[in-house]
Design a binder for this molecule. Structure first.
Ligand code: NI
Length: 255
């Protein structure tokens, strides 16, 4: 069994006690690649160090929309430099999040556009976070990112119509624990609709653990539960889901 984890946050303090042991254990048990996703300047810095310690660990750098409030142009210079470091595969997670509306929408848009420019400049794919901001995200992606290097819409949370917009433009959809939730119907419909060769598996660890671990700390080994759910929806063997999504993830991140 080979698993490709496309989106996790092992730099998070939830893993401070057992990070090293857990990372090694997951790798021994079949998680062949892990991409650790940046969400702030601080995590982006940490990740460029963390990836040097494990063969199977790769990273991305970027600032999550919840964290863009105090960004400066100087930060963008640093982010661009960090994106050129070894084993950094993409810019992300970047995007728009109108769920809590903690950060003004115009401020979020400004830094989303700015980070997309870095991705274009560095010819890197993007990891997109978009929550309750479907139209603005798509409009900006269309206007500001040609998509030549592609990317993934992480933790895809919209319906089939919006999925089609991204699939038609060659993006991957990141599918995680939510697909196993009782109230995950919308995502199950998207999984039914989308081709398997445009999906990748992700946990968003430490968050969003699948059933039967819902509410607990997530980890990449639980991706088998996500794969099983997808296999059930698509009516294919779970091995096929793991195999195809593994291949997709390598294409997405150019590995
Ligand atoms: Ni995330």
């Amino acid at each position: 069994m080979k698993i490709f984890e496309t989106h996790a946050h092992y730099d998070d303090r939830a893993f401070r006690e057992d990070r090293d042991r857990l990372l090694k254990k997951m790798n021994e048990e079949g998680v062949e690649y892990i991409v650790n996703i940046g969400c702030s300047m601080d995590s982006s810095r940490k990740i460029t160090e963390l990836v040097t310690q494990y063969d199977f660990l790769y990273g991305t750098v970027g600032v999550h929309p919840d964290d863009v409030k105090d960004l400066t142009e100087e930060d963008m210079g640093e982010l661009e430099a960090l994106s050129q470091r070894d084993k950094i595969l993409a810019i992300g997670e970047i995007g728009l999040d109108y769920h809590y509306d903690d950060v003004e929408r115009d401020v979020q848009k400004k830094w989303f556009v700015r980070q997309l420019a870095i991705a274009k400049q560095q010819e890197l794919p993007v990891v997109i976070h978009s929550r309750d901001a479907a139209k603005d995200t798509l409009d900006i992606m269309k206007a500001e990112y040609d998509g030549k290097k592609g990317g993934v819409i992480h933790c895809f949370s919209y319906g089939v119509e919006m999925a089609r917009e991204y699939l038609d433009r060659g993006y991957y959809l990141g599918i995680g624990g939510v697909v196993t939730f009782k109230n995950g119907r919308k995502l199950k419909e998207v999984v039914e609709y989308a081709p398997l060769d445009q999906m990748v598996l992700e946990t968003d660890s430490p968050y969003l653990a699948p059933v039967p671990f819902r509410g607990k700390r997530n980890c990449s080994l639980y991706l088998t539960y996500v794969a099983e759910e997808i296999a059930g929806i698509k009516q294919v063997p779970v091995e096929e889901v793991l195999e195809i999504t593994f291949h997709n993830a390598r294409k997405l991140y150019k590995l």
